[in-house]
Design a protein around this ligand. Structure first.
Ligand code: ADP
Length: 157
C-alpha cells in the first residue's frame, strides 16, 4: 500500500518528519506531496520546499518527495496510492481536517484519509511558528533539520 501525505511544508519541520517516519512503518511507500498552489503565498518556492523535504527525509528509504498541483485526489490516483495521510496536533486541527477529509471522500469515495499524531515533543510546532521564531532570531534547531534552519535564517533575517 502507498500513501500520499499532502501539505504546504513551508518549511518541513520535525513534526512533519515524525509523521512520515511513522507512516513509513505502515506503508510500503509514502509520498510527501508538496502543493505548488500560489494562493497559499508560501515563503519558500516549490523547488526550495522540495529540496528541504528531501534533505529532512533522506534517512527514510521508502519516503519520496514530489511537487503537485491540481486536485489532490487526482494526484493520489495518478500515484497509485490508496490513502491520504494528515497529521493531527490538537483539537484545533480537527475541524478543518474533518472538512477536508469529508470533501475528499465525496470526490473519491475509495480513497481513505488517515490521521497520525506526532511525538508530543512536536505537537506544538507549526511551520508558521518556526518561521516567526527564525525571523526574530530565535533558535529553531530543535524543530527543523539543519539545512532547513540555515535556509530559514538566510531567507528571513
Ligand atoms: P497545509 O497547508 O496543508 O495544512 P502543512 O504543511 O501546514 O500544510 O501541514 C501538512 C499536514 O501536516 C497537516 O495535516 C498538518 O496538520 C500536519 N502537521 C503540521 N505540523 C505538524 C506537527 N508538528 N506534527 C504533526 N502534524 C503536523
Amino acid at each position: 500500500m502507498r500513501a500520499v501525505y499532502p501539505g504546504t511544508f513551508d518549511p518541513i519541520t520535525h513534526g512533519h518528519a515524525d509523521i512520515v517516519a511513522r507512516a513509513c512503518r505502515l506503508f510500503s511507500e509514502v509520498i510527501v506531496a508538496i502543493t505548488d498552489n500560489p494562493a497559499k503565498r508560501p515563503t519558500f518556492s516549490i523547488e526550495e520546499r522540495v529540496e528541504m523535504a528531501q534533505a529532512a527525509l533522506a534517512h527514510l528509504p521508502n519516503a519520496a518527495v514530489r511537487p503537485f498541483g491540481g486536485l489532490l485526489v487526482d494526484f493520489v490516483k495518478a500515484q497509485g496510492a490508496q490513502a491520504i495521510l494528515r497529521g493531527l496536533r490538537a483539537i484545533s486541527d480537527f475541524e478543518f481536517e474533518f472538512q477536508l477529509a469529508s470533501m475528499n471522500r465525496h470526490l473519491a469515495p475509495d480513497i481513505e484519509t488517515l490521521f497520525l499524531t506526532p511525538d508530543e515533543r512536536y505537537a506544538f510546532i507549526s511551520s508558521s511558528l518556526v518561521r516567526e521564531v527564525a525571523s526574530l532570531g530565535g533558535d529553531v534547531s530543535p524543530f527543523v533539520h539543519e539545512k532547513v534552519r540555515d535556509a530559514l535564517y538566510q531567507k528571513l533575517r
